[in-house]
Each structure stands twice: as structure tokens, then as C-alpha cells.
Design a protein around this ligand. Sequence first.
Ligand SMILES: Cc1cc2nc3c(=O)[nH]c(=O)nc-3n(C[C@H](O)[C@H](O)[C@H](O)COP(=O)(O)OP(=O)(O)OC[C@H]3O[C@@H](n4cnc5c(N)ncnc54)[C@H](O)[C@@H]3O)c2cc1C
Length: 409
Amino acid sequence: MRVVIIGAGIVGVMTAYYLTEIGMHVTLIDRNEKAGTEASRANASLLCYGQKSPLGHPALWKHIPAILTGRDPRIKIRSPFHLPLYSWLFKLLQNCSTTRYRLNHLHLTELAETSRVLMKDILERQELSFDHLKSGRLNLYADKKSLDTDMEKVQLCGNRFGIHADMLTPEECASKLPSLKDRKTPLVGGIFTAIDEIGDCEKFIDEIFAKYLTPKQNFAFMPNTRAEQLIRQEDKIEGVMTDKDVLTADHYILCNGAGARPLLRAHNIYLPIYPIKGYHIRCEMPEGLQVPIPVMDVKTRTVAVQLGNTLKLSTGFIFDGMRTDIPKKYLVDLKNTAQENLFPGYQFGKFSVHSGFRPFTPDSLPIVKPSQKFRNLSYNLGHGMLGWTIAPATAYKCAEQICAIYDLK
Ligand SMILES: Cc1cc2nc3c(=O)[nH]c(=O)nc-3n(C[C@H](O)[C@H](O)[C@H](O)COP(=O)(O)OP(=O)(O)OC[C@H]3O[C@@H](n4cnc5c(N)ncnc54)[C@H](O)[C@@H]3O)c2cc1C
């Protein structure tokens, strides 16, 4: 059976991995020269098996005035006249009730836990080099209320899935990350989860390509190939019109994140996926600094991760339509915030910058299902802020669904 997958981020690559493993002939296409260069490169490198939460939370309501007036350091609306934003925000707020939040949290935790097990299997098959570390994770708090709320969030599903979290004193936080001793703004404490891990998503994709996909006869990658249109024939997709050629297959899968919207809109299909921009800056490790554990300063949502001998700092939930630029001020703010709150006294060298769109759904859950309109089209989309963590589970599920459609054992 021949399958075309559109989009070679972590989601498309993992989907190709599982489908080729069961013998399907997969053609993976991407508009870029290399796989994994958009959100999958921009991400913070956290495998969030322990600390994670849907964006829609009951406490989001009280942040709305600060968000709308640009005073929230974490969420910025830079393109307020992008109309699809408002219907999406409305749906996001519908997911902020306690019941919806709990349900969404449960589903996310299930996906993360399944992914953790699948990732373990992958890494047991063959060693992959992607700066992977079973590091645990530390979230830092400057106010008690946020600390308590987040502890509740971790415990919400934690007990059911055996995820253990420790509440740490400021001194215990500083013993895990010594540079915190010189922090000026006092901390009230932190949350440590041992189950969390880190790894470089782009390097992981390179390794999956090198060790599993490229050697296979039943796999082909087409870089620099943009899908422009899904060609329809009644209730089937007949082909994908690209900027090079028309590609045909028995089944088609959209794994192109926020890029799926225009392809589907042409067929009057509107999936609630909004692109929320984020970015990271990366430099060589400042002299004398070690970051043995990934940390997040929760108030500013600044994440710092040491990958090999580099330091990656990430932040930003920016509603900016499809604009890809990052204002210089945001980069300087990120560097200063990290210096002030996490690494006082350390000097950072030259940075590289990467940004990407988190393909966000209002319930923070991915859309993994066959299309209702076209019987040979599937979606594996909308992984939001957790795609690196949950891609194995959604790819596996997508492969299972395709086997079920064609009655394959
Ligand atoms: C700043 C930031 C920090 C993050 N931190 C984390 C984290 O710590 N942990 C975590 O789990 N997740 C994190 N995420 C989220 C995670 O990175 C995303 O959920 C994940 O990368 C989405 O993967 P994807 O494959 O769907 O999208 P992408 O990686 O964006 O891949 C989509 C691919 O589709 C291609 N494409 C799009 N349209 C077309 C077209 N028409 N034709 C051909 N190709 C097309 C693109 O070129 C791209 O390569 C973060 C995201 C950001 C931006």
C-alpha cells in the first residue's frame, strides 16, 4: 500500500517510522530542504512526561485583562486583526471550565505516558544520539498561589499514572541549580518531577532518518516540495498537487501542523488549529555554568535546557497570524530574563535564533483521525506545545487507524 505523508516535522517522521515498519510504501514530502526545521527545531527540547497541562485552564480567565493589554509576559497578541484568532480564542475559553480542563489533562497525560513507553522501545532497539538525558525537570515559582495551583495540576493525573512530583524549598531548588543562589527576586519554591526528560528533537529526527527511514526500500523523502492542493475525486483524494508534480497514493496523511489549514479550507474543512508562535535562542554554554536539570521560570515562562555544550533558552506564546519574524526586543528580553532569574552573573555569547508555530487546538489535544469527507485521507495534526513529547503516541495511533480502514492485520 502506498502512502503520501505531507510534512516532515516530528509528527510526519514518526508516522513514517511506524508505517514503514509495517511494510507500507511511504513518500514523505516537505517544503523545506531538510526534515524537522520548523516547530520541531524551534522547541524547548523537553519531553514533558510529568509536568504538562492544557493551555485552557480555569485560571486563564483572570489573565485575560493582562493578555489583552500586553502586560502578560508569557502570552502576547501581536497581530490583533487576524480574524480566525477570535473564534479560536472563544473555543479556548470554552475549554477553561474545570470539567473540560480535567478531561483534556487526562487525555494529554495518556498520550504522554504512551509516548514515553513507545520512546523507550525505540531507544532499546538501537542507540540514537540526540543529547537525550533522563534529567527530571524543575519549575520555579515566585508566588505561592501559582506553586500550589501547578502542584494540583501535576497531581491531577499523576496519581493515576504513577507520576511523582516533589515540592521543593528555595534552598532545595538552588541545590539542583546552583546559579539560583544569586537570584535577586525571591523564590517561594519549585516543583521537581523525576520522570521528565530532555532531548534534541531535530537531532532525533536526523537519527530516525539515518538509522531507520533512509535505509528502507519502502521509503522516499522529497524535500523542497510544497503541497499546494489536494485533488479531489468524489469522496476520495486522487492526488496531491505540489509545486513540482502531482503525487498519487492509496492513502494521504496530513502531518503539516498549521500548514494544513489552507489545504483543507479549499475543501470547506475547517479544523480548529491556530498557529501560536514561539522561539528559542541558543549559544555555547557560558563559562563555568552547568545546567544539570532543565528549568522553567514559571512567571516569565522562560525555559533553559543544556543540550551537549550548548544552552537553549525558549519562551513565547505569540498570537501573530502566520508572520514568522521575531522582534529583536523579544530576543533581548528573553536573554535578560534568563540572566536575571536563572543565571545571574553569567555572560552569554553569540546566539542563533529559531522560531516556529505550535499548531494549537482549543482543547490542546491533537487531531488524529480519518477525514469524514475523504475516505483515503487522515489527519495527524494540532500537537500544540507538546508535539515532541506526544508524537510517538499519535503516530502509532494514526498507523493503527489506517490498518483498521484497510482491514490490515
Ligand atoms: C518555542 C517552542 C517550544 C516548544 N517546546 C516544546 C517542548 O519543550 N516539548 C514538546 O513536547 N513540544 C514543544 N513544542 C511543540 C512542538 O515543537 C510541536 O508541537 C511539534 O514540533 C509539532 O510538530 P509537527 O510535525 O506537527 O510540526 P512541524 O515541526 O512544524 O512540522 C510541520 C512540517 O510540515 C511542513 N509543511 C507545512 N506545510 C507544508 C506544505 N504545504 N507542503 C509541504 N510541507 C509542508 C513544514 O515545512 C514542517 O517541516 C514547542 C514549540 C515551540 C514553537
